[in-house]
Design a protein around this ligand. Structure first.
Ligand code: THU
Length: 134
């Protein structure tokens, strides 16, 4: 693992500590590295109306886009437990929109890490912008 990857996982871990997850008790942190080097991090935010819950990854994407970042090289996700947490299906789709070739680092609070390529490993044959229009 490179130093930059370690740093991104650390940022995801910090964001995880700030997650708001009183209902599931599952805290997830995400850190997204933009092509220009900026890092955007967020935790999951749950709601008493359960479906209003937002994943850590999409909170980080929202922050990044609000700051003008549109292209990303890597994302780190850190969840609870021993097994590495990879992004859910909806978050894979949202990440694919902006960076199909990004590196996805799936981490665990316990320390395990797995490295994926988003399009190849986590969302093969994805529906994307290329599928719209003529
Ligand atoms: N969660 C995330 O933040 N990211 C994922 O990719 C999967 C799930 C959150 C949503 C919810 O607050 C909790 O984990 C349990 O599903």
């Amino acid at each position: 693992m490179t130093g930059e990857e370690r740093q991104l996982l650390d940022r995801a871990g910090e964001a995880r500590a700030l997650a708001y997850a009183p209902y599931s008790g599952v805290r997830v942190g995400c850190a997204l590295r933009a092509e220009d080097g900026r890092v955007f991090a967020a935790g999951n935010v749950e709601n008493a109306a359960y479906p209003a819950t937002m994943c850590a990854e999409r909170n980080a994407v929202g922050q990044a886009l609000a700051a003008g970042a549109r292209r990303f090289v890597a994302v780190a996700v850190v969840g609870d437990g021993e097994r590495a947490t990879a992004p859910c299906g909806t978050c894979r789709q949202v990440l694919f929109e902006f960076a199909p070739d990004m590196v996805v680092l799936a981490g665990a609070a316990g320390g395990a890490t797995v490295r994926y390529h988003l399009a190849r490993d986590l969302l093969p044959e994805a529906f994307g912008p290329h599928d719209l229009g003529g």
